[in-house]
Design a binder for this molecule. Structure first.
Ligand code: UT7
Length: 317
């Protein structure tokens, strides 16, 4: 079906430490580190989501030895682009010099796995040969910086990858359990004089413990189903590339599977949770560090608002 032939990433310049947050929030480095594993996160100052995405996309194209004219579709995963419309994908297309169909999807933190599935379907149908996937999030503009429960968790960034026909994707599964109360980001209702119940601008809301339980449960189930479908054991997976929402979620899955720590790469310590960007950013870093070799089996998984979840197994080509 598909393979990834080039990746790129970009994060803003401003790095915010836990101590800096403790300067204006009732929190401290010890709580954030022990409860989440996060030490720093990067937040936008004068970068836009488009500029981060363009940088990540150009890197991905360069690593794939392609130029923008070779791309015949751009799919972008984002909670909220620089504009509600046009899409972030169109904004990026304009700046990298692509003139192919381009659109955004929102599957919250699970967006990367959803975009892989869409790309795979288009390539399988023959409607596209080379697709640019971009995941880009500016969580700093969606979090409430007066709320210690959420503000300390998130960061900004973008990651991109180029997808073509190949045989790397061996399994992919998506799910959504409709539950909009424990993790959400309401939109406002504008100034329509007709609207009966007005909603002002509000911020990301999360019932952390409920999402934590959902995550541990769904990732555990997804791993069992995927391994069973391929007839392989947990030991045969070389890397578990999991959504970087909380180091404790990753640790609890690792302990259940009784697999060594090296198989569970993390970057949440540096970047916090960047929603749909977390997994492709981690993959990109692993490639840059030469960690991923041809033939490696990768289990990739993400979960988030919706509640959505998705996982896949790639054998790296
Ligand atoms: O990517 C989307 C998916 N998101 C996730 O997967 C997040 C999943 N959830 C989590 O990662 C964790 O639930 C959190 C990190 C969000 C919270 O950790 P927790 O261990 O579940 O803490 P809690 O919400 O139960 O809060 C425990 C205490 C509370 O104080 P009291 O009521 O016990 O006095 C909180 O007010 O910790 C307090 N607290 C903080 N204290 C210092 C919450 N945030 C902070 C903070 N600094 N930043």
């Amino acid at each position: 079906m598909i393979k990834i032939i080039g990746m790129g990433k970009s994060v803003p310049q401003k790095c915010v430490t836990n101590d800096e947050l403790a300067g204006f929030l009732d929190t401290d480095d010890e709580w954030i580190t022990t409860r989440t594993g996060i030490k720093t996160r990067y937040v936008c100052t004068d970068e836009s989501l488009t500029s981060l995405s363009v940088e990540a996309s150009n890197q991905a194209l360069q690593n794939a030895n392609l130029s923008a004219e070779n791309i015949d579709m751009i799919i972008c995963s984002t909670l909220c682009g620089d504009y509600l419309t046009p899409s972030l994908a169109c904004a990026v297309a304009g700046q990298i010099g692509a003139s192919c169909p381009a659109f955004d999807i929102n599957a919250a933190c699970t967006g990367f796995v959803y975009t892989l599935d869409i790309a795979s379907a288009y390539i399988k149908s023959g409607k596209a040969q080379t697709i640019l996937i971009i995941c880009a999030e500016m969580m700093s503009t969606q979090a409430d910086w007066n709320d210690r429960n959420t503000a300390v968790l998130f960061g900004d960034g973008a990651a991109a990858c180029v997808i073509t026909a190949g045989d790397a994707l061996k399994y992919l599964s998506l799910s959504a359990i409709p539950e909009i109360t424990i993790l959400n980001l309401p939109s406002d209702t504008g100034n329509s004089p007709f609207i009966k119940s007005k909603r002002e601008k509000s911020y990301l809301y999360m019932h952390g413990q409920e999402v934590f339980k959902f995550a541990v449960n769904i990732v555990g189930k997804d791993i069992s189903k995927a391994l069973e479908a391929l007839g392989i054991s947990s030991a045969q997976i070389d890397y578990y590339v999991l959504h970087q929402a909380n180091k404790r979620i990753i640790d609890s899955i690792r302990v259940k599977l009784q697999q060594p720590e090296e198989k569970f790469p993390v970057n949440i310590n540096k970047y916090g949770n960047i929603s749909s960007v977390s997994v492709p950013l981690l993959l990109c870093e692993m490639l840059d560090e030469g960690k991923i070799k041809k033939g490696d089996k990768l289990f990739i998984s993400a979960f988030g608002a919706g509640l959505t979840a998705g996982c896949c197994i790639l054998i790296w080509e």
